[in-house]
Design a protein. Sequence first.
Length: 281
Amino acid sequence: MGDHSDEEMKGDNRKNVSEIKFEEYLSSQSLTDWDYEPEIPGKTRRPDYRLRYSARELYFEVKEFRQDPKQPLPSGGAYDPYTAIREKIDAAREKFKNFKEHCCSVVLFNVDALLVHLDDSWIMIASMLGDFGMSFPVDQKTGTAVREPEWTFLKRGKMIDHKHQRPQNTTISALIALTQFPVGRRHFEIELYRKEQRLGRELSLEEFVQFAESVTEEGLDSTEMALRVVVYENPYARIQLPRDIFLGPYDERFGPDKGRISRLFAGLEIEKLERLAESRK
């Protein structure tokens, strides 16, 4: 559970950054009834966390991304944004192999990996459902387009077997991106836009520095961050992650709605920032 004995606390030394951050997030949401690496009768594997919520047990496997110091830094060009995320899904799938009767979710946290983008909703969704790309329906006989090209999910998705056109990994209820949301930067950008709109031009370098100093003196902390989660429901999940959990002020949730993947929830502070951003247009 959230309150650990001294003996249990000694074990915390083996926790990685992502696990510590996940516990920090749970605490911020007053979710304290959890166990770390619990022993579960009849199971040989131990997921990272068991959270008791509304008379249910929810299981979470927490995975983190780190930049490999031996890997050369990216210098431009194309790369596959899905591979690293899908590898974590595969690893979690092994942990949840014998948990088909439970709600199981994968929590992802990026420590410092340069080519992992957990803050990109389309990359996260496409990692589950298939590479995001264009579909060009054509008449097989004439070779002409049947209709206009459309964006769709192609192959390699982890939640659907495209070869046999059937769901897979249905034990995984959701992917959960645990991220630091740049609250201060968003407010700074909004104020900067308003300033430039009033002037009718972009600020010079000197004006920009003066502007940054003035908003800081007024109390705007451009470095302010908020730990939050974005939930991506697996539309083929056997058991759904409850929709009344993880509803923090900066949280979001995406999932199936009327035959398409849509945003189902946005926290109050996210909505407020979006209204501010909309008002500047």
